[in-house]
Design a protein around this ligand. Structure first.
Ligand SMILES: [Zn+2]
Length: 418
């Protein structure tokens, strides 16, 4: 099958599945998952044979995937070969290689085939903007690096796609972006805010936040400027996981990923994902680093795919504190909400667990003193409620746009294992 046919097929399948009842959908998904376990998964040497049940397989994670990279893809491509390809043109024969951003040692690699690339494109279009497609669409993607995923779109006629390299900084491509005049913009929330702050001349019909956690503090600023609701695409090196529908529901991509959930406290879960439509790099029961709050309602759009109320942040960023009752965990959303509820004038901040008993609270010098006091007291009150043994170091500092790393307003800098 050629690329366009793959994209059209994935588009049609995605739309078709979205009209099923939940019951029919689950039956379809179970059959698709079973086919994957029998036919695709055994081709990766790590597995070698089909399991009786998905839950009989071991849980995997980034460390294991990277340690045994060649055993998880069906071509035996090694991590060294993949890094080499990634550093040059991102190609190994007909395969595309990409990597996630992150600190060195913490970067993930992925490898996909041409067919998968087009399938990804068809799927994302079907979810993100099915209505815009027929009117011709100009999509601006502003992300840390061109993963090669977007090459497929660049060649198709219905969609014009332009990639703007975050690493090179907005001033280097501002003119090109404005001239391109995108109808759809996909970018991290901090970049969308930068477009607002610098008053870029743009009239998109749809804007998506991607690649970083969308904090509630960013949403109104972006929505007011563009006069549009801000949608989300939740994707990672590991694939596409959720997209906002036209009714505002953030639907899990259960039509290509089977989700299991582990409880992470405070009503949050962290997902184990099985990408049952991926055939090159096999990903089964892969533990994501993200914290989600699942929705218990179904969406008005009628899609059978489950919704999340919130993508809260990363598991790594849960604060691990000592308290009068022993070790405790405080999730990023609780910390963030304490800051934001303290004063309405707060539109940026950082809260960093710098050591076991020190929390740095960073606020811009322009913020009014009463607001600073209110935030300090709110965080302090939260710690006292939990009987946490930690002190807050208040730092007034400007927070300029950083394009080289992901923005995490709530960040834990302790080593991963406590
Ligand atoms: Zn919906």
């Amino acid at each position: 099958m050629n690329g366009l046919a793959e994209a059209v097929g994935a588009f049609a399948l995605t739309r078709w599945v979205s009209r099923k009842s939940r019951e029919d959908f689950e039956r379809w998904q179970a059959a698709a998952l079973r086919r994957f376990l029998d036919r695709d998964l055994p081709r990766a040497p790590f597995y070698g044979k089909a399991p009786a049940r998905l839950t009989g397989l071991p849980v995997t994670d980034k460390a294991l995937l990277m340690a045994r990279f060649a055993d998880f893809n069906i071509h035996g491509l090694t991590a060294t070969e993949a890094w080499e390809a990634q550093a040059s043109n991102g190609r190994v024969g007909a395969l595309t290689v990409g990597a996630s951003t992150g600190t060195s040692g913490n970067r993930g690699l992925f490898v996909i085939s041409e067919a998968e690339k087009y399938r990804w494109l068809g799927t994302i279009l079907a979810k993100a903007a099915p209505d815009l497609l027929w009117h011709g669409m100009r999509v601006a993607v502003i992300l840390p690096q061109n993963t090669g995923l977007y090459d497929s779109a660049r060649k198709s006629r219905l969609v014009k796609l332009a990639f703007f390299d975050l690493a090179r900084g907005p001033e280097s491509w501002r003119g090109a972006l404005e001239t391109f005049d995108p109808t759809v913009i996909i970018a991290p929330p901090k970049i969308l805010r930068h477009l607002v702050a610098e008053r870029f001349r743009l009239q998109p019909k749809r804007i998506f936040s991607a690649a970083e956690t969308l904090d509630p503090v960013d949403r109104p600023v972006i929505e007011n400027f563009f006069r549009l609701p801000l949608d989300q695409i939740y994707m990672a090196t590991e694939g596409l996981f959720a997209v906002t529908c036209r009714q505002g529901g953030v639907h899990l991509a259960e039509d290509s990923v089977f989700f299991e959930f582990e409880a992470a406290g405070e009503g949050l879960v962290t997902p184990l994902v099985t990408a049952f439509r991926r055939q090159t790099q096999i990903m089964a029961r892969y533990r994501m680093n993200d914290l989600l709050r699942l929705s218990d309602r179904s969406c008005r759009c009628g899609s059978p795919l489950r919704c999340v109320d919130e993508i809260v942040g990363r598991m790594d960023d849960i604060f691990r504190l000592q308290s009068a009752y022993g070790p405790i965990l405080v999730t990023p959303d609780v910390l963030r909400n304490a800051v934001l509820k303290a004063d309405r004038r707060i539109d940026d901040f950082r809260l960093v667990q710098a050591s076991l008993d020190v929390i740095e609270l960073k606020l811009p010098p322009t913020l009014a003193d009463e607001a600073v006091t209110a935030v300090y007291q709110a965080v302090n009150a939260l710690l006292e409620t939990r009987k946490a043994k930690a002190t807050i170091a208040l730092i007034r500092t400007p927070m300029p746009l950083e394009t080289g790393r992901k923005l995490r307003r709530v960040e834990c800098r302790l080593e991963t294992t406590p």
